[in-house]
Design a protein around this ligand. Structure first.
Ligand SMILES: Cc1cc2nc3c(=O)[nH]c(=O)nc-3n(C[C@H](O)[C@H](O)[C@H](O)COP(=O)(O)OP(=O)(O)OC[C@H]3O[C@@H](n4cnc5c(N)ncnc54)[C@H](O)[C@@H]3O)c2cc1C
Length: 315
């Protein structure tokens, strides 16, 4: 197998991918490179196991704004220079678009949303959720080159150690894009990244009134955590920003403690929270699915249970 090339515009995700890349490279005797480090110094990636970090010497002006076509062109050239046959990308919105474009340039097989991967007999084998998160399917890439975008938090970040690799400056030839940026409008962004939180209080549709949201905020505040939610709370009720959705179309989280209030536990939510170290659910329905993945379950009305937890914590 050729080398493994890693890219994500998110540094933490790059560290996670480097961890997996190192494991694959160790087994296959190949090398691990990282492309386009962005704002993070190249040294950080060398310390996390990258043997080469590719930085553009010429051609970087085309990469100032993220435009998937230009990035795909750059990564294709870097993959060739690095002798990489497996390219790992972060499965972010940008990463997903990039994966398809890059695969097309490299005539490579492509899999998005991978939650794990390995190389078996020289072929890349990935696992990803299927049927809306109901099951996990295994897919294999049959082409010589493979592009895989991996869900954030699928792996732990590579541990920091001594930097042993080198920074490689590369001249890129990127044709001017046919896409022109006409206007930029900032999204009402939520600065909180729930996937980083150690404690999450997740609110579901069982919370009947928006006025009750401070209950969850107070509980989260007391525990040093953040408030997150099921999808309908953000998309239908619009009580919280979409950045706070846990699950298949939201974020995959791995907190030390998750408290789920009035959440039924549909599989699309559960895939985002089931890796919590300790999961506590409060639901008035004793048969709610959420109890099947919970460590502790409280059957009751959250509007009564949460104030009692808060007053217990205050004592
Ligand atoms: C392709 C696809 C992707 C999706 N992605 C996501 C995703 O990423 N994240 C996500 O969350 N959903 C996602 N969904 C939607 C998902 O299927 C569910 O509809 C959603 O998770 C349900 O949210 P909920 O549990 O808050 O609401 P409900 O399913 O309506 O559950 C409300 C729960 O509250 C309980 N309850 C009611 N009153 C009280 C009370 N007073 N006290 C305590 N408990 C009470 C009820 O017993 C019930 O269990 C997706 C769906 C599809 C098709």
């Amino acid at each position: 197998m050729g080398g493994v090339l890693v890219f994500s515009e998110n540094s933490r995700v790059s560290f996670e991918l480097l961890n997996k890349a190192a494991e694959i490279a160790r087994a296959g005797g190949s090398t691990v490179s990282l492309a386009l480090p962005g704002k993070e110094p190249a040294e950080s990636f060398l310390k996390r196991g990258a043997q080469k970090v590719y930085i553009p010497r010429a051609g970087q002006e085309a990469l100032q704004d993220f435009e998937a076509g230009a990035y795909a062109e750059a990564l294709a050239q870097i993959a060739q220079a690095a002798g990489a046959s497996l390219i790992l990308l972060g499965c972010t919105r940008r990463g997903k678009e990039l994966a398809g474009r890059l695969a097309q340039k490299l005539a490579a097989g492509c899999i998005n949303d991978a939650i794990d991967l390995e190389v078996k007999d020289g072929r890349v084998v990935c696992r990803r959720y299927a049927l809306g998160g109901m099951t996990v399917m295994t897919q294999e890439i049959g082409t010589a080159a493979a592009v895989v975008s991996v869900m954030p938090r699928a792996f732990d970040p590579a541990p920091e150690g001594e930097a042993a690799g080198e920074v490689v400056e590369i001249d890129l030839e990127i044709k001017p894009s046919r896409v022109r940026l006409v206007e930029r409008q900032s999204k009402a962004a939520d600065s909180t990244d729930i996937s980083e939180a150690e404690v999450l209080v997740c609110v579901g549709k069982g919370m009947e009134h928006r006025e009750d949201l401070p209950l969850a905020e107070e509980l989260a505040g007391m525990l040093g955590g953040e408030v997150a939610c099921s999808k309908p709370v953000a998309t239908d009720q619009k009580w919280l920003s979409e950045d706070r959705i846990v699950g298949l179309s939201g974020k995959k989280c791995k907190p030390q403690l998750a408290i789920c209030l009035g959440i039924s536990g549909q599989v699309q939510f559960n895939v985002g929270i089931r890796d919590a170290r300790t999961l506590v659910a409060v639901n008035s329905d004793p048969n709610a699915y959420i109890f099947q993945i919970s460590d502790y379950g409280i059957v009751g009305d959250l509007h009564e249970v949460v104030p009692r937890i808060i007053s217990g914590l205050k004592k």
